[in-house]
Write a protein that binds this ligand. Structure first.
Ligand code: FE2
Length: 244
């Protein structure tokens, strides 16, 4: 589903595009090359490819998978896409470690704890390229800037690109439409780290805001980020949506 120039929605359980548990998965069209942002649960990864083909996009041009973080509804399909398409998986160093070793193993958590049980089912994947804050990722005609935005997870990453003068931002589960945020009860997912992550997105004059759950918007995306920051800094009461 084409959302605006260069931006397609190719996976989403909530909007009925792919398997129920899939987060919103976006693809950026750089012409000769494409990049996927998050890839869903992997129950039916071919469905994502079918949505791309429906939009007239050649899945053979998929070069990168840019991960916002390693939670199963965003990243379980990594290994399948690597194996079947040769796609290169990019993630921050913390999320790469989690993907390779598992979250519970990385953090030393006990799978018997009910809060963490869902993460025991995460599939492993060897990340091809570790991305740093402010790093540029180039494919086709597009340039994407990685912004490390810890909070939802310790290595959560947002991705920003400009297409025809419009600034499009993909935030994963870091900040949603209307400024909702999602804090998990895990180490390094707390108010302090979340505030640090959101500050990375301050003043960026974002037009399109494309989170991995709930709604997206094509204009005035910055005001939803600013609302989240206001909740942290002024009201001291972040608006929580407990998406994993
Ligand atoms: Fe998540």
């Amino acid at each position: 589903m084409k959302l605006t120039q260069g931006v397609h929605l190719c996976g989403s359980g909530a909007f009925g595009l792919t398997s129920d548990g899939d987060c919103h998965c976006y693809v950026l069209d750089g012409g000769s090359e494409l990049a996927l942002i998050d890839c869903g649960l992997s129950e039916n990864p071919e469905a994502i490819l079918s949505r791309l083909e429906e939009d007239g996009l050649d899945t053979g041009r998929l070069k990168y998978l840019l991960l916002t973080h390693s939670h199963p509804d965003h990243a379980n399909g990594c290994a399948w896409l690597q194996k079947n398409l040769g796609i290169q998986v990019l993630a921050s160093v913390f999320e790469a470690q989690v993907l390779e070793r598992g979250l519970l193993e990385t953090l030393g958590l006990n799978a018997d704890n009910e809060n963490y049980r869902q993460f025991a089912a995460m599939r492993r994947c060897k990340v091809d390229r570790i991305i740093e804050d402010n790093e540029m990722i180039r494919f086709g005609t597009l340039e994407v800037r990685a912004l490390l935005t810890p909070g939802h997870t310790a290595g959560s990453t947002s991705y920003e690109t400009e297409i025809n003068g419009r600034r499009q931002l993909f935030t994963g589960d870091e900040v949603f439409y209307q400024g909702f945020v999602s804090i998990l009860t895990a180490p390094l997912s707390d108010f302090e780290h979340y505030h640090m992550g959101l500050k990375r997105l301050e003043g960026r004059e974002v037009d399109g805001l494309f989170p991995a759950h709930l709604m997206w918007t094509l204009k005035n995306g910055q005001k939803h980020i600013d609302k989240a920051l206001w909740d942290f800094e002024v009201s001291k009461r972040p608006n929580l949506k407990l998406f994993s």
